[in-house]
Design a protein around this ligand. Structure first.
Ligand SMILES: Nc1ncnc2c1ncn2[C@@H]1O[C@H](COP(=O)(O)OP(=O)(O)OP(=O)(O)O)[C@@H](O)[C@H]1O
Ligand SMILES: [Mg+2]
Length: 519
């Protein structure tokens, strides 16, 4: 949408000597689209298909502008776009897109992460280390402050934050006067969350709390917690404002209360801890040995049952999971349902990261990770999707990446310095949200490059292909490329590849990215 608006603004400059009536039409179109942009940004926060009509309209409009060569063609194109904008605007009114409040998770939607929530503790691996570290942090020592203490577990999606918080909850809840475990999630319904806390911390039952105002709920919780030592888990926070509200409700009564929060976002973890003598706990991924244990346990029940010819390929698969339990479990359950032969396992190995494996458990994992994608502000979405053009395990240099983002038009600004600084800000934001992993860190802590985790690469490649945003030669046979791709990335290009590429029609491709002998 932003690029369409920029193109329209360009047409209004003197360079295009357009007729007066046409300028009027462009101005109408620009104003109409600007008003749609805000609504579209809200809709794009969730993975819904309702925006298809808008997307088709924007796509067609961009093509018209790109293809139009003469003044006459531009005029016809703009008139056509104006008619379409009217149609879309009428549809927008019919469906009241502007007033759509994306509902907090509805009863019919089941978060796939819930299935892991009640994992039996015997099935967990390497949990004792983090459990002991957290117990140590939560302990009350003689002579130390009785202030409430907050610990925030932070890490990428699927790393085991909720699982660990739950283990702590089960272990310690008996030692406190009252307890609560509340999931917050992406679009928190604060009334429901506060009402859940109230019901958990107080044995007394209240009726109709769903009709209470937020302030009434907060006051009631504060009253109940006034003189009690409590242990509260607040799981999956995405937003500082949600935390601020809960922090006010969880009054600090100097009774040595403890709170554990979990989040994927480093900045949120910092705000949870800043006022509370808090500690950020960066959850580590599983070591290679523990990854192996979990992997084999899920497929064969024990490591010894693995056929020797499958061991090498198992190692390779595990290297792609980066010690992330969700990834290991997902791939293990995928393999458990396939014949145990090396060809099948090889094909699973090569499909990881390609965004093409359509096995339901892979879709589940993508869905879990995609929450982070849909939560990104709209300006960061194309920046992240663009990373799908790089080969696997590629070290992506920060400044080079920023220059590419600028060239693609993902960053808007008036001068080179502003553009670069904004690019830096976007790069750091993606790290902060655990979407990319920092690399080449210098003595002063400055991050010079990044890597994309294979599971994130799988997700963004799948999204990029669906959106016609970008495809790579690595994942598609050159003869079977999607019809309308915008960016085409050629990996490991050799002469033969290049010749095929030249003979192929790439007229609809906006960027061609070539990695000679990369990976
Ligand atoms: N130590 C472990 N051993 C075995 N399985 C684990 C371990 N930790 C997590 N898991 C499994 O991995 C999956 C993801 O874990 P969990 O939901 O706790 O991740 P998370 O970090 O909370 O993710 P999100 O950011 O999406 O909330 C679950 O199925 C869970 O059972
Ligand atoms: Mg979680």
């Amino acid at each position: 949408m932003s690029s369409l608006l920029l193109k329209l603004a360009e047409l209004l400059t003197d360079e295009y000597k357009l007729q007066r009536s046409l300028r009027g039409e462009i101005m109408f179109l620009k104003a109409e689209l600007e008003s749609m942009q805000a609504a579209l940004e809200r809709v794009s926060e969730s993975p819904v298909n309702e925006i298809q009509g808008f997307k088709r309209f924007i796509g067609r409009s961009l093509r018209l502008l790109t293809a139009a060569k003469t003044q006459h063609q531009i005029a016809t194109g703009i008139r056509d776009m104006r008619t379409r904008a009217k149609e879309v605007a009428e549809r927008r009114n019919r469906y009241k897109v502007d007033s759509v409040v994306i509902p907090p998770s509805t009863a019919t939607y089941i978060d796939p992460r819930l299935y892991g929530m009640y994992e039996e503790s015997e099935k967990l691996v390497a949990i004792s280390g983090p459990r002991e570290e957290l117990t140590e942090l939560l302990m009350v020592r003689e002579g130390t402050s009785k202030q409430r203490k907050v610990i925030s577990i932070v890490g990428v999606g699927g790393l085991g934050k909720t699982t660990l918080a739950n283990v702590m909850y089960q272990q310690l809840k008996g030692q406190f006067e009252c307890n609560a475990f509340v999931p917050v999630s992406l679009r928190p319904d604060m009334k429901r969350i506060l009402s859940s806390i109230l019901h958990q911390v107080n044995e007394q039952s209240y009726s109709n709390t769903e009709t209470w105002e937020i302030v009434k709920l907060m006051n009631k919780i504060r009253k109940v917690l006034e003189d009690k030592r409590c242990f509260i888990i607040i799981d999956d926070i995405w937003d500082e404002s949600a935390w601020n509200l809960m922090e006010d409700a969880l009054v600090d009564n100097n009774c040595c209360s403890r709170v554990i929060t979990t989040t994927r976002i480093a900045g949120v973890a910092t705000s949870c801890c800043c006022l509370n003598d808090g500690t950020i706990y960066k959850l580590k991924s599983l070591s290679h040995d523990n990854s192996k244990k979990l992997f084999y346990k899920r497929i064969f029940d024990c490591e010894d049952s693995c056929q020797p010819e499958l061991k090498e390929i198992s190692e390779k698969i595990l290297r792609k999971c980066y010690g992330m339990p969700l990834a290991i479990i997902t791939i293990a359950s995928l393999l458990a349902n396939k014949p145990r032969n090396i060809n099948q396992w090889n094909s699973v190995h090569s499909s990881i990261g390609s965004g093409t494996e359509n096995f339901p458990s892979m879709e589940n994992m993508r869905q879990i990770l995609s929450i982070s994608y849909y939560y990104l502000p709209s300006y960061l979405k194309p920046c992240l999707l663009y990373l799908s053009v790089f080969p696997e395990d590629y070290t992506i240099l920060r400044d080079q990446l920023i220059r590419r983002w600028i060239a693609e038009g993902f960053i808007h600004g008036n001068d080179v310095e502003t553009l670069h600084n904004l690019g830096l800000h976007y790069f750091n934001e993606l790290i902060n949200r655990s979407m990319i992993q920092p690399a080449l860190i210098n003595d002063r802590g400055i991050v010079g490059a990044c890597h994309v985790h294979d599971m994130v690469l799988d997700l963004i490649t799948s999204l990029s292909t669906k959106e016609n945003f970008a495809v790579t030669s690595h994942h598609h046979q050159l003869t079977h490329l999607p019809k309308r791709i915008h960016r085409f990335s050629l990996h490991n290009s050799d002469e033969e590849h290049s010749r095929t590429e030249v003979s192929m029609s790439l007229s609809h491709v906006r960027s061609l990215i070539v990695f000679p002998g990369a990976t």
